[in-house]
Write a protein that binds this ligand. Structure first.
Ligand code: SOE
Length: 379
């Protein structure tokens, strides 16, 4: 059996999710190449050592360059704050290593273009971890749209809402700093629904947006993560709304927020077409609602499809019909697809071009907010 060595850079939430995904893909899927958790990397020796033990990695490093240059590493998996993505990805590509990168891919589209070019030049495989694409219900929605079951698409409507910034005493950590995260909620949550919009409906032509910071000052923390007692200015948006026109004529409505009280991870989308509609809510991620105008009129209405059958996308490797899956599984699907693409020498999806297209939409939203008008997405 072919094996492939992984270096994981970052051990927080995404590092933990990716670590489990490597384990699950090995145990439950039949990837053509077996991923081996060779080395995990993070700045704090104590924390990375704890993570190495708990997440079962063979070694640890505290310097990412040392981790990725190792001979036994073939895939570099980037789960760091956003401002580090570009340098790690460029170095990994130059060393000929394949790359998996968390979203948003970069600080902006200028960095994203550079990353794409260098990965292509060095002929390495690249993936952006837009996990929601690989939720079986979303893959089924894609299939229904491709089969023409909802007809010509008129509307795409999406919200992605969380509430962890509602507490004014929540401090400024890296996700609330422009120079480390690149943007606020737009890049973090908006990038997911922009990716889903592109995946399900098509390219976005133009946008008009509004954004807000409701709590302008929050407590600063030091390098160790301890509160300092001094206040700092929040420089990334907490909520963003935007409208879009797609190249195929559909209209889009998007809303993302970290200030939507009571909403923990409410990712909702609805697509209306000439022949039917589709509704997805991540809180019920094993279900897809489908309305078809083809149904006889006396039984027309939204039907709820439980997407757990063996014939549903990605479900044949999981349990049996009716046994639902959760947040982590779509990461397993992405990693399995990535390993297949390395083996077959094909292009994995979503890849750095998808990451770049998302950034081009994010940049257009930012410009629209600044100029208070519609902006054409620059491709
Ligand atoms: C933010 O709270 C976050 O962890 C995002 O960064 C992830 O991409 C999303 O899947 C869940 O929420």
């Amino acid at each position: 059996m072919k094996k492939i060595g992984i270096a994981l850079i970052g051990y927080n939430l995404m590092g933990r999710v990716h670590s489990r995904a490597y384990q699950d893909v090995k145990m439950l899927f039949s990837p053509p190449i077996l991923p081996v958790r060779k080395v995990i990397c993070g700045r704090s020796k104590q924390l990375v050592q704890d993570a190495q033990e708990k997440l079962e990695w063979q070694n640890f490093e505290t310097n990412w360059e040392d981790a990725i240059k190792r001979e036994d590493i073939d895939i570099v998996d980037i789960c760091t704050p956003v401002y580090l993505h570009k340098d790690i990805a460029l170095k990994a590509a130059e060393l000929g290593k394949h790359i998996i990168c968390e979203k948003p891919m970069a600080m902006n589209s200028i960095e994203a273009i550079q990353m794409l070019k260098v990965a292509e030049k060095n002929k390495v495989k690249h993936m952006v971890m837009f996990n929601y694409r690989k939720v079986p219900a979303i893959s089924l929605a894609y299939q229904l749209i491709q089969e023409g079951r909802i007809g010509k698409i008129y509307h795409f409507r999406a919200h992605y809402l969380q509430d962890w910034l509602i507490d004014p005493s929540f401090p400024i950590y890296w996700r609330l700093k422009q120079n480390q995260a690149g943007s606020g909620v737009s890049g973090d949550l908006g990038s997911h629904i922009i990716d889903l919009a592109r995946f399900l409906v098509g390219e976005i032509k133009e946008v008009v947006g509004a954004e807000e910071i409701f709590i302008n000052e929050r407590e600063l923390i030091d390098d160790q993560g301890s509160r300092t007692g001094s206040m700092g200015k929040v420089d990334v948006e907490e909520a963003t709304l935007f409208l879009s026109r797609f190249e195929n004529g559909a209209l889009g409505t998007f809303e993302v927020s970290r200030m939507a009280n009571g909403r923990k991870n409410y990712e909702f989308l609805e697509i209306n077409g000439s022949n039917g509609s589709i509704v997805f809510n991540f809180e019920r991620m094993n279900e897809l609602q489908f309305f078809s105008k083809e149904d006889p009129s006396h039984i027309q209405g939204f039907k709820n499809i439980l997407v757990t059958e063996k014939h549903h996308p990605y479900m044949k490797n999981w349990w049996h019909a009716g046994l639902v899956i959760g947040y982590e599984e779509p990461f397993v699907h992405n990693i399995n697809d990535f390993l297949i693409s390395i083996d077959k020498n094909t292009n994995p999806e979503p890849n750095f071009l998808d990451g770049l297209r998302t950034h081009q939409v994010l940049d257009a939203i930012k410009k629209s907010v600044q100029e208070r008008c519609w902006i054409t997405v620059d491709k």
